[in-house]
Design a binder for this molecule. Structure first.
Ligand code: FES
Ligand code: FE
Length: 444
């Protein structure tokens, strides 16, 4: 069977039986599927574009991409944030070449059109010549992305005016996000710059790794863990209590009460810090979530925003073709943490999850080969197994979202690919099925 991409990928069901625990290698190396993903996933979903702490004052900006569309995320006089296409509306030239900065506006290199912080066209080289051309300046500003919103410092944007609200999109996953992004008064901030690297892998392989594939850690990262952390990470399943939770294709997997059991980045001072804040986290978020901090965990917010709470690394898997990603990585810390602790998180992330980090290299090699093998037309049609933990759904739990027992479980991976498939097949948001069966309410 071959995927028919002509009609909203209806044929994809014949090669991916997600409920049956089976996907096809074809989805990782196909240009037509990739084009559909840019339209039906990346141009529709809420995408992470930056952290509030990166753009504090009017005119502060960062540049990033939403799918392959280049955008500028810029703080407004009003205090709000706009996300503008980084493309001049004259001939489409890029108007901002810097990764971040502070500005009063942007001037295009090609014919000198200039734009203010709001993106309005305010001037041109030889501006008098446009007067005879029925030129309405007010209509030719930098194009604004349809919707921008933020959650606990995390800024998201979507190109689709018909998308659900960010609150609806994230759903009860916010309850779990708070364990990293709101565990102390003052919230979080990004420290240091954006680390950029490229991998020759499909974006879904990386996003899925973070949505719920702790299984690989004990094997892939074993030798690096012994060298870096002074011991094996193969003991993940030893924790008494661990969960995989998901909602709308987002997934978070975590073990409880691991602070003290696991050396966070092998740094005893970071462990000490987490022990110190634990009582105040319990007061703020309750006992359960206080046991999540610093735990062996990972999360992906669909489609391509991920983080590791224990390592405080936050990243976007930017799609650059079916077989390439650009990885944007930042380090997130509690604003209220002592400077020494912030520095330790940053250095720890460099040693583990950065282009020179030991764990990142382990992952990158695996992901690249998972992608490359799918280049072979016969190999691409091979069934891939994602059926682990089929009967682990927890009916009777007070926890929000769809909750599954254990971390060594592919429930989140299945939910991730299901959402991906649903979006590719749906002609509009209204056609995207609601497959959630857990609690939608979040206790505040
Ligand atoms: Fe920007 Fe012409 S392309 S001014
Ligand atoms: Fe890994």
């Amino acid at each position: 069977k071959t995927i028919d991409t002509t009609d909203c990928l209806e044929g994809i069901e014949s090669v991916c039986d997600i409920e049956g625990g089976r996907i096809s290698g074809e989805i990782f190396y196909d240009q037509k599927i990739y084009e559909q993903e840019l339209e039906k996933v990346f141009a529709r979903c809420w995408l992470f574009v930056g952290h509030e702490s990166q753009i504090k004052k009017t005119g502060d900006y960062i540049t990033t991409t939403m799918g392959e569309d280049e955008v500028i995320v810029i703080r407004q006089k009003s205090g709000g944030v706009k996300v503008l296409l980084n493309a001049c509306p004259h001939r489409g030239n890029k108007v901002c070449f810097s990764e971040s900065g502070s500005t009063r506006g942007f001037i295009c290199n090609y014919h000198g059109w200039s734009f203010n912080v709001e993106g309005n066209l305010i001037g041109q080289h030889e501006s008098g010549i446009y007067e005879d051309s029925n030129f309405d300046k007010s209509k030719w500003g930098l194009k604004e992305v349809a919707k921008v919103d933020s959650y606990k410092g995390l800024i998201f944007a979507t190109f689709d005016p018909d998308s659900p609200t960010l609150e609806e999109y994230l759903g009860p996953m916010t309850w779990y996000l708070d364990s990293l992004f709101d565990n102390q008064e003052g919230g979080t901030e990004f420290v240091g710059g954006c680390i950029r690297s490229t991998y020759e892998c499909n974006w879904k392989i990386a996003a899925e790794n973070f949505v719920g594939d702790i299984l690989h850690a004990g094997w892939t990262h074993d030798s690096a863990a012994r060298a870096m952390l002074g011991g094996s990470v193969a003991k993940v399943s030893d924790f008494d209590e661990s969960y995989s939770v998901n909602w709308n294709g987002h997934g978070y997997e975590f073990a409880l009460d691991t602070v003290g059991n696991v050396a966070v980045l092998g740094d005893s001072q970071l462990n000490k810090y987490l022990h110190t804040i634990k009582p105040s986290v319990a007061e703020r978020l309750g006992e359960f979530r206080s046991n999540m901090i610093g735990s062996v965990s990972s999360c992906t917010i669909f489609p391509n925003f991920s983080f590791l709470a224990g390592q405080n690394t936050v990243r976007i898997w930017q799609p650059r073709g079916p077989n390439k990603i650009e990885l944007f990585t930042w380090v997130v810390v509690n604003k209220s943490a002592p400077q020494d602790i912030k520095d330790r998180w940053r250095k720890g992330a460099m040693m583990t999850f950065s282009p020179t980090g030991v764990f990142e290299m382990d992952d990158g090699e695996n992901w690249e080969y998972c992608t490359k093998t799918a280049k072979g037309k016969v190999t691409a049609k091979q069934d891939l197994f994602i059926g682990l933990g089929m009967d682990t759904y927890l009916e009777d739990t007070d926890l929000p979202a769809n909750v599954y027992k254990g971390q060594l479980n592919e429930a989140n991976s299945r939910a991730f690919y299901q959402r991906w498939q649903d979006l590719l097949q749906a002609k509009s948001w209204a056609e995207v099925p609601n497959r959630n069966k857990g609690k939608a309410e979040v206790e505040k």
